[in-house]
Design a protein around this ligand. Sequence first.
Ligand code: ZN
Length: 151
Amino acid sequence: MDLELRELYQQVILDHNKSPRNFRVMDNPTQEADGYNPLCGDTLHIYLHVVADIIKDVSFQGSGCAISKASASLMTSMIKGKTVEEVEKLFGNFHALVTGKLGDDPDLSELGKLGVFAGVQEFPVRVKCASLAWHTMKSALKKETTKVTTE
Ligand code: ZN
């Protein structure tokens, strides 16, 4: 990845950390879940309002490092309005990206802004930070009651 792109990605992450989107309590979630990444100390609570398999609303609360917060912020802005099936596909693509399965020169066309996390694959601890929001959201979708940890 060239330096200019790396810096642009860094800017997007810092922006979402500073002004996270959908960072609020939801009054009427249809499902919700807690996530915890003990390696870094990130905690997240994800709220979902799902009607007829469509993510009508999504929000989050929590505290953690810039990557976990930016990832939750970007995830919520990307999945709102999508179907559960589309969200699961996006999660699959995102997970492949951050775990390095898409290779050194990944096709980011389906990932959109999530491409900013391409750099975390070089840092295994950061992979957990970046994927915490997604694992927690998936748990909320499945209405699991146990707390998600990345361990
Ligand atoms: Zn973290």
